[in-house]
Design a binder for this molecule. Sequence first.
Ligand code: 8YV
Length: 331
Amino acid sequence: RVPVLVTRASFPDIVDRLRADFDVTGNPDDTIWTQPELIARLQGKTGAMTTGSERIDATLLDACPQLKAVCNIGVGYNNIDVDACTARGVIVTNTPDVLTDTTADFGFALMMAAARRISESEHYLRGGSWTKTGRYDMFVGGDVHGSTLGILGMGRIGRAIARRGAFGFDMRVIYHNRSQLAPDLEESCGARYVDKETLLRESDHLIVVVPYSASSHHAIGATELKQMKSSATLTNIARGGVVDDAALAVALGEGSIAAAGLDVFEGEPQVCPALLAQKNVVLTPHIGSASVATRRAMASLCAENLIAALGCGPTPGQPPTPVNPQVLGLH
Ligand code: 8YV
């Protein structure tokens, strides 16, 4: 039987579905493996079901020459060197679409929490300060409804956030992206294309949803933060590294923006200590897609990809959501 590795704990029934076709090695304790541990466990395996936290690079691929498929639970796959996989004939798949609305909901929630100072005020209440120092005008924040929502990156999740802002909260929605959307798509999400400077200057609430790549590294850094309104919020649900976390901590401390909401971090699960020291930032541990239904749909789609990529199931050789379809048919 074909040996596969499931790198993190997953839904038991979905792992059982894999067991019908494969010899599955799992990680029931959900241990975060070091890179050498990951490589040791992948050696001899034909397929892998990964999450965003494993690094699949050329060194690993060379140490695991039997590997034919890397199926990632997640729409982003910057943890995987896709070119190195393609060069070795390794199929890479991801899980688009099934997480779009859940992640957009979360981005919106984080933005609202930052704007309305929800975390900060909860800490105050839990710390017992309300009874001692409560004032009528404490924790006044910025309005969300009727304000200008800026979106950097206008893929599926960006468009879902835009719809929430334009049609649910009466927001003026502007966006910047590598390319402008077709007019009908712009209209369907109520958003208008602007250059990056305008986006930074005019947004009351800026949400970053651009995939991580060398060209999006520190797309929001010290210079960009200075261009934003001092009343603005910044929310990052994309990837750590798209925002310069150290520069953001400085901007939050100096009040050059009002607040931030972050679900992803450079070097996560480590978080920049200067950020942890700021009160006006809502911090969550990369849970944007974490609703039960969506995490199940992601794991299920990932399993379908792995089954098909390794020549089993109803569509052998045709995984539903390949990242490098040029590799299909090579095995
Ligand atoms: C996942 C994500 O939780 O889809 C993505 O790109 O960042 C998250 O939805 C992450 O990939 C871990 O599987």
